[in-house]
Design a protein around this ligand. Structure first.
Ligand code: HEC
Length: 327
């Protein structure tokens, strides 16, 4: 009887979920009751006796942060095997982020990987997230990892594991620290999440009065309502010296509607003293003349940073920079 009602529960859960989950075992873990903690109490990561992270049973009820289709970055990903990725955030950490724009200690994020489905009536075209292929987690816990964030893989197709050991730094952490927009989290792919958070406060760098700039760059006069991150967050002071190092999202300066990040306060001070030396030199693309600069496409030439409209323009410029930079 007990088994039958458990199975029935499983079937009900399957029927009510939007997608078909192949891992019914998740619903049948004994002794797992829905947590009904007061909303104010932060939910923190739990670890087993072997130090492995426990997969929170209610992760499917977490807050939706963003999704992507077919983003590929893992080693050994089969080409052509597209998946939906959904990023979910533990609700109490989500609330903290919405209030402060920061990921507090104990923040947990899930990345759910779903295969694609199509041709199910009444759909005639398009694809939807179908069977679960994997669950990964990112956890910020400096008490366990000096570098803060740790990454876990709970398996997928053949069933989810209840606990997972932290992955080696070079498998996951190194890409996140290098490429993610804010504090190891890929905010650049989660507009929904980014929009709920206040922006970190920036030191405003006063623009030197320049009649030429005023006449030729009307865009630069517009109020910098939401500055775009320049040069992918690299420190511009180091970049002009030939060194590529990510600036910190908390050490920033806004200049001509763009946001720059720095590795240190002294570098920010140097930038503030000479913003025209260290910032992107141009507002319109030197290669596709007239096209606006996207501040994430850039190249350094003779200790100056130039911006471009597209990645192709950067390549073009690098092959003969002298053609584009008039002395
Ligand atoms: C080469 C870069 C790269 C590597 C290596 C990498 N990731 Fe990610 N990760 C991403 C990108 C890009 C996203 C953005 C979301 C997406 O994939 O849709 C992401 C998102 C995530 C998220 C959602 C939260 C967040 O931080 O944005 C988790 C959880 C995650 N990855 C876990 C892992 C795990 C576990 C590993 C190691 C097995 C790993 N990642 C390795 C690039 C990487």
């Amino acid at each position: 009887m007990k088994n039958r009602s458990l199975a029935l529960l499983g079937i009900l859960a399957l029927a009510s979920a939007a997608a078909a989950w192949p891992v019914a075992s998740v619903f049948m873990v004994p002794g797992v009751a829905a947590q009904s903690e007061p909303a104010t109490k932060p939910t923190m990561p739990k670890y087993g006796s072997d130090g492995g992270l426990q997969l929170p049973q209610d992760w499917r009820q977490w807050v939706f942060a963003g999704s992507s289709l077919g983003l590929s970055y893992t080693q050994g990903a089969q080409p052509g095997m597209e998946m939906f990725h959904e990023t979910l955030m533990e609700p109490s950490a989500y609330k903290h982020f919405a209030a402060t724009g920061t990921f507090r200690e104990g923040t947990m994020l899930v990345l759910a990987l779903h295969g694609t489905g199509e041709g199910v009536l009444p759909s005639r075209r398009g694809r939807f997230a179908a069977e679960l292929h994997g669950v990964e987690m990112a956890v910020k816990d400096s008490s366990r990892r000096p570098e803060g964030w740790a990454y876990y893989n709970f398996g997928g197709m053949d069933g989810l594991r209840n606990t997972a050991r932290a992955m080696p730094k070079e498998s996951c952490y190194s890409c996140h620290i290098q490429h993610a927009k804010r504090d190891n989290v890929f905010l650049q792919f989660y507009p929904l999440l980014e929009e709920v958070a206040p922006r970190p406060r920036a030191a405003h760098v006063a623009e030197p009065p320049s009649a030429v700039a005023a006449a030729h760059t009307p865009a630069a006069q517009a109020p910098a309502a939401s500055p775009a991150l320049a040069i992918k967050g690299l420190d511009p002071v180091l970049l002009v010296a030939g060194q590529e190092e990510m600036g910190k999202p908390e050490i920033i300066a806004d200049h001509k509607g763009r946001r720059y990040q720095f590795v240190s306060e002294p570098n920010r001070a140097r930038f503030a003293g000479e913003p025209d030396t260290y910032s992107i030199q141009n507002d319109s693309c030197p290669v596709v003349v007239g096209a606006p600069v996207d501040p994430s496409f850039f190249a350094v030439h003779e200790r100056r940073i130039y911006g471009f409209a597209t990645a192709d323009c950067v390549e073009q410029f690098k092959s003969h920079p002298a053609e584009y930079v008039k002395p």
